[in-house]
Unconditional design. Sequence first.
Length: 394
Amino acid sequence: MDLFNREELRRLAEQEDDPCISLYMPTQRYESEWRQNTTRFKNLLTDARDQLREQDYREDVVDEILSPARQRLEEPGFWRGMSDGLAVFVTPDHTEFLRLPLSFDQVTIVGTRFHLKPLFPIIAANNRYYLLSLDPSGVRLYQGTHHALSEVWSTNTPSRVTRALNQNDRAADEAPHPTNGRAAEADQAVEEENIPEDPDVVLREFLEEVEPHIGRALGDEKVPLVLAGHANFLDVYQTVNGYGTVVEESITWNAPEPPSVDELHEAGWGLVAPVFQTAQQDEIERFEQLYYQNDDLASEDFHEIIPACAYGRVDTLFVPIGEYRWGRFFPDSNTVEVRESREPGDGDLFDYAAVRAYLNGGVVHVLRASNMPGGRSIAATFRYQANVSAAENG
């Protein structure tokens, strides 16, 4: 699986080209269903070709732009390494594939910027978490959502560590036996030559080596981290961990091998879901309170929220997933064009709002329409009062 976080989103959001093609599809992990992956991808490429033709791209240019993506259809190994969803971003100069733990709706959008809102359930405040598995078989970091859990980094436990742990177990199991004379002296000499390394020291040294790799993968985001594994590994890791948002409860086992990924996902989501649900409900209640008591700090007005996202005023944003508001926003003039149906050059303004709010440090909740505050199409709370609404252009 590919790691996706705030910096990856920023990098994609800052790209602008003509065209920027965004492809999303659900994918199948199991061999019996792999054929569905290539069939869906062919359909996405056909949709992209049709949209490019509608925007008057020449056929040879279309072929050149889509060629790197189309080549993946001839690489069976690529389709064996799927997670639950595939996102593909195409420009004339570059094609990027992201295998992620989220089953996307199948969609193709061609514009001058990438369409990124489908990614928000992975990075939004109410859905993403990490799980770190530590046991004698190795250290594995997973990224998870409500839908799935997928590995993003791993390393095996060195033999020196497992040897020290095994020696310690054997020493504990062996009962002392009485000896005397030369036999005792011989036993002592052997023992001195074969003094086992302190397992806690060896384990700590290993986890100190591992911790920087984990830290780089986690970055500086405040995403819940669930610890899972053998109790002694977890105890030692807690002493070297530098990540701040570790979930208080952990998942433990004693077997040599860890549980399956599905079992880890079920247990991990069970620990973080109540945290997410409480935080999301608190934010919705806060919006409602501000909306009715101090409407300068909360709004459902689309024309006020769009510039607030662009100018860094939004504290918390609620947008619907799977819905679109086509048009354009012009930040220099604070004007907006909104249309019932998409025209060439238009983007999804819900997508624009979510990306700008998130990159400006706001909390973004991407929800099903039925879960939006009061059934609204968009909602936001603000950091400060301002009377700034975008005017309709033209």
